[in-house]
Design a protein. Structure first.
Length: 197
């Protein structure tokens, strides 16, 4: 499970300021196997980003640059499946950094728990009266609260990675009535969803 904290949302101009990851093995969270670092960005940390993730300029002033952190992160991740909530954003930042520093991109397969939550909700709506409810949220903390999962502080990379792990394990048990046995089953569930684009 992966999460990053950022200076902003545009991978072309903004930077990673924190990376958090936790390992899940055999559908169990391995809480002793985590990765968490703060990163010193090249430019000053914007006040707007500090208001979101609460990482201050003082906290990152003496931290290493991303180029020094990426090798350890890549060793931690290896060839594993990467799961994240809105993981495309995390991967856009990581791959832009990888390309600029090492001239290549990460080849790991990825799954998005936001997409999984949409699949689960669509299955639920097919059977119940609230299929047209418009006041739904796919924010990580809102989903955890809605489905009774343990709650972790929001917008902190390692805590968000842990929150994502709990959400992932919950959704694995719920999608298709818990009959997902392989990653192929999960990919097929996403492809067969009638609103899949």
């Amino acid at each position: 499970m992966l999460d990053t904290e950022l200076t902003g949302l545009d991978p072309r101009h903004e930077e990673i300021v924190s990376i958090g990851a936790v390992r899940v093995r055999s559908l169990r969270i391995v809480s002793r196997e985590t990765f968490h670092v703060l990163v010193r960005p090249r430019k000053d940390l914007p006040k707007e980003s500090t208001l979101i993730h609460r990482i201050t300029p003082d906290q990152v002033r003496d931290r290493p640059r991303l180029r020094h952190i990426l090798p350890d992160f890549l060793e931690f991740v290896g060839t594993s499946l990467i799961v994240g909530h809105h993981v495309g954003l995390d991967m856009a930042f990581l791959n832009r950094a990888m390309d600029g520093i090492f001239g290549g991109r990460m080849g790991n397969p990825c799954l998005d728990t936001l997409r999984m939550a949409q699949i689960h909700r669509a299955e639920h709506w097919e059977n119940y009266y609230d299929r047209y409810a418009l006041n739904v949220s796919y924010a990580l903390s809102d989903l955890a609260l809605e489905w009774g999962l343990p709650l972790f502080p929001a917008h902190e990379a390692l805590a968000d990675a842990m929150q994502t792990a709990y959400l992932f394990l919950y959704l694995i048990k719920k999608i298709r009535g818990g009959r997902l046995e392989t990653l192929s089953d999960l990919y097929r569930a996403g492809r067969n969803w009638r609103w899949h684009s």
